[in-house]
Ligand binder design. Structure first.
Ligand SMILES: C[S@@+](CC[C@H](N)C(=O)[O-])C[C@H]1O[C@@H](n2cnc3c(N)ncnc32)[C@H](O)[C@@H]1O
Length: 488
């Protein structure tokens, strides 16, 4: 039985006319590494000319993946089979803000047409499917500082064997509950033979025998062309797949779940919530006959074995998963500069404010880093996300608000008393927010204090640099491409 998974990695689409999630390079690579534990299958990964060499280096050179098991194919997504249709109806401005790329979504179907049919089963799988957002800690195994968020024991040949058996002669789909929890919408009821919206088909993993694929691709194409031309707009592939599912129920074998979340990462949901709602990973457990599976013995113990130097800020950033170090996500390496800049504060009492403390990819990482670095710290965090409150502890206070709103910013002064030694803006990264935050808070920075703005390369933040220069305080500034540091 020969099996092939088709996937793609295009990590630099965020903010472009194609749309995509920001900073996913590391995530997609480490996740795909985990999926490759299904060694009885071959993988084909579509990518861009730009990303090809670094992907080869990562998988072939750094991780010894065989060139037989994983192949890459360069593909220009602006020239997909469906591009003429997409170009007619896509709203480019909305797409620039979107984290989804319809060119890739539709290509999940048309890429199959380039296959020579030498495999028995073909599946589409999202390269980023294996991650700590949907896999609970007990199944995450790696102690590599990045890999540990993605390396899941549930994707292996046992999973693969059971997936194929379950698929059988039909086409395999995954379906999410669509009424009680997150509502994913549907296409207009008029397209349904009999309208139903209980289940929303997801586009992360699907497939079946090669003979079935042709039929599915034809139905997908017919639907997408007819509906887009009628409604003069573009739909996500999942909405079309949900329609296909309901109009052709006999073609599919499917597994159902209720929520993506699991017990470890959504603590606002009660134990009872997870009794009533089936998490996505339960499907992986079912395909793994999980009773027999060796679960991760003790993740915390493994992670703690990694030695680190408390005064080495880069090591601390890496340990806690922050992208301020040189290991995670965009690997900004700001810590090299901060370590020198902030060393005079090491043995003093430090009052610090950080705007933005809750990156969904590494929540609380910078708080953990700063509280480990400074011996005697009063830390104030400010974030728009109310869930950040849960990071509060003895020397950490969290204030909730929007840095684009001066009234919210004033709350910081009221609740902290101001007089900060260090203020660090790692929030929205919007130019106007940088200026409003600085003008509101600068009087509450101590004389000689440090004010840092991160990620000037994001959005139009080069304007921030211009604004600072126009204030005639150039002698007080340190600036590079990504960072602005002002000393009062
Ligand atoms: C890059 S993350 C911060 C990462 C964190 N400093 C670290 O290194 O671990 C950006 C944070 O800014 C917050 N944020 C985004 N827009 C904001 C706004 N307008 N006001 C306040 N916080 C905002 C987000 O909720 C997110 O937690």
């Amino acid at each position: 039985m020969k099996v092939k998974f088709i996937t793609s990695i295009y990590s630099d689409l965020h903010g472009t006319e194609f749309g995509g999630r920001p900073s996913r390079g590391g995530h997609y690579r480490f996740s795909l590494l985990s999926l490759l534990k299904m060694t009885n299958a071959d993988f084909l990964c579509y990518t861009s000319e730009n990303e090809l060499e670094s992907l080869k280096e990562f998988f072939y050179d750094n991780y010894d993946i065989s060139k037989e098991q994983l192949k890459f194919k360069v593909f220009d997504i602006s020239k997909s089979k469906f591009s003429p249709l997409i170009d007619l109806y896509k709203n480019v401005e909305d797409t620039k803000k979107s984290d989804r790329c319809v060119e890739i979504q539709y290509s999940k179907f048309s890429w199959f047409l380039d296959e020579d049919g030498s495999y028995d089963y073909y599946y589409w799988i999202d390269a980023g499917l294996s991650h700590c957002g949907i896999i609970p800690d007990k199944y995450l195994v790696d102690n590599h500082s990045v890999g540990k968020y993605y390396e899941c024991v549930l994707f292996d040949n046992n999973f693969l064997k059971n997936l194929i058996e379950f698929t059988g002669d039909k086409f395999f789909l995954l379906a999410k509950e669509n009424q009680r929890n997150y509502w994913s919408g549907t296409v207009d009821p008029k397209w349904y033979k009999k309208y139903s919206y209980d289940l929303h088909i997801i586009g992360g993993l699907f497939g079946g025998k090669k003979e079935k694929w042709k039929e599915i691709v034809d139905i997908f194409e017919k639907n997408i062309v007819e509906i887009s031309n009628d409604e003069k707009k573009i739909f996500f592939e999942e909405n079309i797949m949900s329609l296909m599912f309901y109009n052709n129920l006999n073609l599919f074998n499917y597994k159902e779940f209720d929520v993506w979340w699991h017990e470890d990462n959504y603590r606002e949901h009660s134990e009872d919530f997870f009794k009533k709602n089936k998490s996505f990973y339960k499907i992986l457990e079912e395909f793994n006959n999980v009773e027999n599976k060796q679960k991760n013995p003790n993740l915390t113990e493994l992670t703690n074995k990694v030695a680190y130097d408390k005064r080495n800020l880069t090591e601390l950033a890496n340990k806690f998963g922050s992208d301020k170090g040189n290991m995670h996500f965009e690997c900004h390496f700001y810590t090299e500069i901060y370590e020198k800049l902030l060393s005079p504060y090491l043995d003093k009492h430090v009052k610090m404010l950080e705007i933005g403390v809750n990156d969904v990819r590494f929540p609380c990482a910078s708080i953990n880093m700063w509280t480990s670095f400074f011996e005697n710290l009063s830390f104030f965090g400010f974030d728009i996300n109310p869930a950040s409150k849960e990071f509060e502890k003895e020397n950490v206070k969290i204030i909730i608000g929007d840095q684009g709103n001066s009234e919210d910013l004033k709350k910081i002064i009221l609740e902290s008393g101001g007089e900060f030694d260090i203020i660090l803006d790692d929030g929205s990264h919007e130019h106007l927010h940088h200026i409003l935050t600085f003008t509101t808070l600068k009087d509450h920075l101590k004389e000689g204090g440090i004010y840092i703005i991160e990620d000037l390369h994001a959005y139009d933040c080069h304007l921030t640099k211009e604004w600072f220069k126009s204030k005639g305080i150039e002698h007080k500034l340190y600036c590079n491409e990504k960072l602005l540091i002002y000393k009062k």
